[in-house]
Design a protein around this ligand. Structure first.
Ligand SMILES: Nc1ncnc2c1ncn2[C@@H]1O[C@H](COP(=O)(O)OP(=O)(O)O)[C@@H](O)[C@H]1O
Ligand SMILES: O=P(O)(O)OC[C@H](O)CO
Length: 499
């Protein structure tokens, strides 16, 4: 690092959008560029994206972040990448072209493969080795599906002609001009193929899912120089790519959750609550996942995770599917106007339910409609579903960890919604803490990259950067919160029975 290098560039490739953000040494975003990513729904429950479009969006947002701010490539000390996790890309090593659309984490198209694994009794072994549950969510069955459904693909993968990667890995491959095929511990831990205790690809699991080892990336820590950018893509300079983590783990890092038991929740397309558990991989019997938080300084940290598949995407559905709102921000105005949902419950199980239910066959449902139900009640009920799902997760997390939450650190697109944040605090009965830098996922990736090149010097320095911008305190009487939550539990049970 030299004295001219005053920024770290974070690339946050999320499900809804790709963002490039430049952070200075105080952790302040100097400029942000954003581009939406299209999702395609070729069959009910399937979700796909175009990996080439994702790559081009990274080039586009990086160029606009630089041109908007006037920051020069020479001023960038390092690049950190964070990504929607599990989304699976298989590409041709020689041409760098994906052989099929990327299968997005939300997609249910591998439900049959999962049912087969369960019926053959593999659930327990998979859970023990990977910390995950058998569900179409994770990459392993998606790789198998692609190899099963593309003529000659498995043989080509065995010969090393095809490569697999999650989005982090795909982007590093493209950014380094096909020189580096790497991923980090946090992303590897979401594949269903990685042994999170022994820190290696697991041969038994590879055999079980019929995935050739030759197509898998090398697994590295979350903070080190993996390679440098190809000058003709990145403004004539070789910039070190020095940080990499799945977006939920990066948000945990960016929120300064460096102490055992610290928790954050991110409300993006989905909603993910993670608790940092240091060197201890806690096993959950209640549907939480055990996952690798990050690899740093020669060791790994673990986390307990609750994954909710549909959060902000329910608000997108109100906008694009139901056409009840024009912008996501309208949901706040209408929810305030409604005041309460008047007994309406929306269960947004559009792609099944994750933690703690793990029911991949359930679909969305609405309960409690009356002639008095108006658009604003329906919108409010959809928004409230985000908060109810977080409560489902927090209840099991407290039980499994033996810890009681005192306040919840939050981030992600939907934390702009004050009605949602207040309702979340009311329902959980704890303060909800929104940080000044709401882009904590990107900040986490920047921190990881910056640590690797000496831009920042350690966790103490990073922890001091976080500041609270808004704190929502519980205002609703407890018995009212309990009554509302009981209604939600009934609605979810009914939706599960209906499938
Ligand atoms: N004011 C708002 N109220 C509720 N949801 C919102 C609001 N603004 C954005 N969102 C939701 O947040 C999500 C985008 O959040 P973001 O953190 O950018 O997601 P991702 O990282 O998954 O791409 C979208 O699904 C959008 O519907
Ligand atoms: O796109 P997000 O931010 O909702 O995150 C997606 C998760 O990484 C999926 O596991």
């Amino acid at each position: 690092m030299n004295s001219k290098e005053t920024y770290v560039l974070a690339i946050d490739q999320g499900t809804t959008s790709t963002r490039a953000i430049l952070f200075d040494q105080a952790g302040t975003p100097a400029g942000t560029a954003r581009q939406e990513i299209a999702s395609h729904y070729p069959s009910p429950g399937w979700v796909e994206q175009d990996a080439q479009q994702i790559w081009l969006s990274v080039l586009g947002v990086t160029a606009s972040a630089l041109s908007q701010t006037g920051v020069l490539p020479e001023q960038i000390a390092a690049i950190g990448i964070t990504n929607q996790r599990e989304t699976t890309v298989v590409w041709d090593r020689a041409t760098g072209t994906p052989i099929r659309p990327a299968i997005v984490w939300q997609s249910r198209q591998t439900a049959d493969i999962c049912e087969e694994l369960k019926s053959e009794g593999h659930e327990r072994t998979i859970r023990e080795k990977t910390g995950l549950v058998v569900d179409p969510y994770f990459s392993g069955t998606k790789i198998k599906w692609i190899l099963d459904h593309t003529e000659g693909a498995r043989e080509r993968a065995e010969r090393g002609e095809l490569l697999f990667g999650t989005i982090d890995c795909w982007l590093v491959w493209k950014m380094t001009g096909g020189k580096r095929h790497v991923t980090d511990y946090s992303n590897a831990s979401r594949t269903l193929l990685y042994n999170i205790h022994e820190l290696r690809w697991d041969d038994d699991l590879l055999r079980l899912l019929d995935v050739p080892r030759a197509m898998l990336p090398e697994v590295r820590s979350s903070s080190e120089v993996y390679g440098t950018t190809v000058p003709h893509h990145f403004f004539g300079r070789e910039i070190p790519i020095a940080g990499m983590a799945g977006d939920q783990q990066a948000a945990l890092f960016g929120q300064g959750c460096y102490e055992r038991g610290a928790v954050k929740t991110t409300y993006g397309t989905g909603c993910f609550m993670l608790m940092q558990t240091e060197e201890k991989a806690i096993r959950s019997e209640d549907g939480l996942l055990t996952t690798i938080a990050w690899g740093l300084d020669g060791g790994v940290r673990y986390a307990l995770e609750g994954s909710v598949f549909v959060a902000g995407s329910a608000i997108q559905w109100l906008r694009d599917g139901m056409r009840l709102i024009e912008t996501a921000a309208d949901s706040e105005r209408l929810a305030a106007q409604a005041g309460s949902s008047q007994g309406v419950y929306v269960v947004p199980a559009f792609v099944g339910l994750g933690t703690p239910y793990w029911e991949s066959g359930v679909r969305g449902a609405v309960f409690g409609l009356t002639l008095g139900t108006k658009r604003e009640h329906f919108v409010r009920a959809t928004l409230e579903a985000l908060a109810y799902q977080c409560k489902d997760v927090l209840d099991v997390m407290e039980r499994d960890s033996g810890l009681t939450l005192r306040s919840l650190r939050v981030d992600g697109g939907a934390v702009r919604n004050r009605e949602l944040m207040q309702f979340q605090s009311d329902l959980l009965g704890v303060p909800v803490d929104v940080p000044a830098v709401s882009e904590t996922t990107a900040l986490g990736a920047a921190f990881l990259a910056g640590l690797a090149v000496g831009f920042w010097n350690g966790l103490d320095e990073l922890a001091a950067i976080r500041r609270t911008e808004s704190l929502y305190e519980p205002r609703m009487p407890e018995e009212q919160a309990v009554r509302l939550y009981e209604g939600w539990q009934k609605a979810v049970r009914a939706a599960i029975v209906f499938q």
